[in-house]
Design a protein around this ligand. Structure first.
Ligand code: GLC
Ligand code: GLC
Length: 655
């Protein structure tokens, strides 16, 4: 801590010495008001950037010079930042907690699969509004390589939109149309790697040493082997190992993901500068949130799994400071799908001095919800979720039921032991269950990423198929279908009522099942994550207006959740969430407590029969006149016990 304070002191001194020089520089390109605001922002975060960057790059380069270069990038971005976005900056600098509002609700889709292209997305804004969406995450939309591109995560040109989706101009138009409807735009920035077709990689292959140093290349296989000893594999079936021999560079290139995705060398400060510049250009098109892809992998250290290293966090802290200087309206979201103990660190330190990302995925809630519905048992989820640390102030979780990726079963040995189950056996059970192999399973998923050495496997499948809707439809069984619809709504009722920003994945609102069309596409056939990235079925979506249809039930249910959520002040980001122990293991309960607005109690019956729980244990004492604000199901209070219908949820608040 003393060293940290000392570093901040030195940072402040460095900024004081440079400030008047920067005042002159800024005044040359900005109007007086913008100059004042630019300098005020640097005043505020210079030390954050300095402390983070000096720890990462201090031994390699002069940090004051490095920050000067980065401030140049930031200042040039401010100089061309459109007026409307500068107004957005001004508003959000004052209302810095805008994204903590209880009305926030996200929707995630591939632009082409949802609406053809970026213009098509514009035409669907009304549909998003019907669902209560205030945040749209468009999956990777920058120009990818040709052929297999890992769902757009192999970017060949960070400065261009994928021409099949439109142009930078279309992106700008879409962003402003969304803003007019109070929807913020989130896009992916793939920061950990580029496609091997990227200009930087091509220059490296052409022998330019400057660009070779943008990547991690080992001339000698034994160096790669030294790292490989402690590295896991992300795609053991399709892309075993973490290095690829590349003739043109005469060496082994670090490729964590596929052989065509080259990891960037973040130990090189030039890479930091390039990525900052890419991000600020995108910010100037109107992007509000960056989903920073695969950030746990940014820093490599021999003898480790090369994930979640301290430097990866410092890099994010520095990015946070510099993005704030140029575009304070913009948020950072960490894509860190890591063990539960590592998750909250991506939201920064609790002392507010090490600010990192504003948002991060609550992977643990997602995994535990699937475990809960498979086992109909809340014991493991309650243990695991109790152990999670609360996010720091002014940050929040993204809660979700599933995303475009597979589900990895991050059940820790510690949580498993607390719940009296064997971790390995339980993970194996979850894989069998969701692959549909376990007797009595309702799920229709598929195994993904099976690793014969560790026997680890993950699961692909759409929400509807994993929740039992596909099976019920195949069996023409109305009772099973009702149960499965309830299960899908239950999962969403937890993520909408937990606290954080819930994310709805495209198609789940009309219960789209697994799509096997990818098997006919050569570039996708070997990657079954495509089964849960269906094309939007607009005919099915039309059925949302027809009472009695599956689509109507699911869509209406989700609308109800969105409306209820927006009316519950306890779900504002100032609240905190903790699981409660019910006296019935089939009941998952949690309490959302807001310092001013009081409590919300969420109570979910995971079982397909009616269940009851002691009302006091479920937090009832915290409310004087409990009322279910959700009213999707009807629970009753009798003899001090709450009786919940099969697969149902209530959200109780004081009326
Ligand atoms: C992220 C993406 C995933 C992709 C990987 C490599 O985890 O979500 O889809 O395969 O990064 O970019
Ligand atoms: C795992 C990894 C993530 C990767 C994904 C691929 O979740 O942690 O980084 O992209 O698998 O599906």
């Amino acid at each position: 801590m003393a060293a940290f304070t000392d570093a901040r002191r030195r940072a402040r001194r460095a900024w004081k010495q440079s400030r008047s020089r920067w005042e002159t520089k800024a005044a040359a390109v900005l109007d007086p008001m913008s100059t004042t605001r630019f300098l005020a922002r640097v005043d505020r975060v210079y030390a954050d950037a300095w402390c983070a960057l000096s720890r990462v790059y201090g031994s390699r380069t002069d940090v004051v010079t490095l920050i000067d270069d980065l401030l140049d990038v930031a200042l040039s971005a401010v100089a061309v930042r459109p007026r409307g976005l500068q107004q957005r900056d001004a508003t959000r600098e004052i209302d810095a907690e805008w994204f903590l509002d209880e009305s926030m609700l996200g929707y995630v889709c591939y632009a082409d699969r949802f609406a053809g292209d970026l213009r098509g997305v514009r035409d669907r804004i009304d549909y998003l509004r019907e669902l209560g969406v205030t945040y749209l995450h468009l999956m990777p939309l920058l120009a990818p390589r040709d052929g297999p591109d890992d769902g757009g995560y192999a970017v060949a040109d960070h400065r261009a939109v994928d021409p099949r989706l439109g142009s930078m101009g279309d992106l700008r138009d879409l962003a402003s149309a969304l803003h007019e409807h109070d929807i913020s735009l989130c896009v992916d920035v793939v920061v950990n790697h580029t496609a091997r077709e990227h200009e930087w990689a091509r220059k490296a292959m052409a022998g330019d040493p400057r660009y070779r140093d943008y990547y991690l290349v080992f001339a000698d296989r034994s160096q790669a082997d030294d790292y490989e000893r402690t590295l896991p594999e992300v795609f053991p079936e399709r892309a075993p190992g973490n290095f690829t021999w590349v003739e043109e560079v005469d060496g082994w290139v670090w490729t964590t993901f596929h052989d065509y995705q080259w990891d960037l060398n973040w130990a090189n400060p030039a890479v930091f500068g390039e990525m900052l510049s890419v991000m600020l250009d995108l910010a100037n098109t109107g992007v509000d949130i960056f989903r920073l892809d695969a950030v746990p992998f940014l820093w490599k250290r021999l003898g480790t799994d090369c994930q979640n290293q301290p430097e990866a966090h410092l890099l994010l802290q520095a990015l946070r400071a510099l993005v704030f200087i140029a575009a304070p309206a913009v948020l950072l979201k960490a894509e860190a799908i890591v063990p539960p103990g590592e998750l909250v660190q991506y939201l920064g330190g609790h002392d507010l001095e090490q600010r990192e990302c504003h948002l991060a995925y609550h992977n643990q809630l997602m995994v535990m919800l699937w475990s809960a519905v498979a086992t109909r048992d809340a014991v493991l989820p309650t243990h695991a979720l109790t152990r999670m640390r609360t996010p720091p102030p002014q940050t929040t979780w993204m809660t979700y039921v599933r995303c475009h990726d597979d589900i990895g079963w991050t059940v820790t040995e510690e949580d498993a032991a607390a719940a009296g189950v064997n971790g390995f056996a339980h993970r194996e059970f979850l894989v069998d269950f969701f692959a549909g192999d376990f007797p009595g399973s309702f799920a229709r998923g598929a195994r993904f990423g099976f690793n014969p050495q560790t026997l680890d496997a993950r699961i692909s499948g759409s929400t509807a198929s994993l929740a039992g809707i596909e099976q019920a439809l195949d069996l023409h069984d109305d009772d099973l279908l009702s149960a499965a619809v309830s299960r899908l709504l239950l999962l969403h009722a937890v993520i909408y009522g937990w606290g954080g920003i819930p994310l709805l994945y495209m198609g789940d609102e009309v219960a789209l099942r697994n799509d096997h069309g990818y098997l006919d596409e050569a570039a996708r056939a070997s990657d079954n994550r495509w089964m849960h990235r269906p094309k939007m079925d607009w005919e099915a979506a039309e059925c949302r207006h027809t009472a009695g249809t599956l689509e109507f039930r699911v869509f209406r249910g989700l609308q109800r959740l969105a409306q209820s959520r927006a009316s519950v002040a306890q779900l504002h980001g100032h609240g905190t969430t903790a699981p409660l122990w019910a006296d019935n293991r089939h009941v998952l309960a949690w309490r959302r407590r807001h310092p001013r607005f009081g409590s919300l109690l969420g109570i979910a019956n995971l079982h397909d029969s009616t269940q009851s729980a002691d009302a006091q244990l479920c937090g009832h004492a915290a409310l004087s006149t409990p009322r279910d604000v959700l009213q999707l199901w009807t629970a009753t209070l009798r003899d001090g016990r709450i009786h919940l219908p099969p697969l149902s949820v209530v959200w109780l608040t004081d009326s």
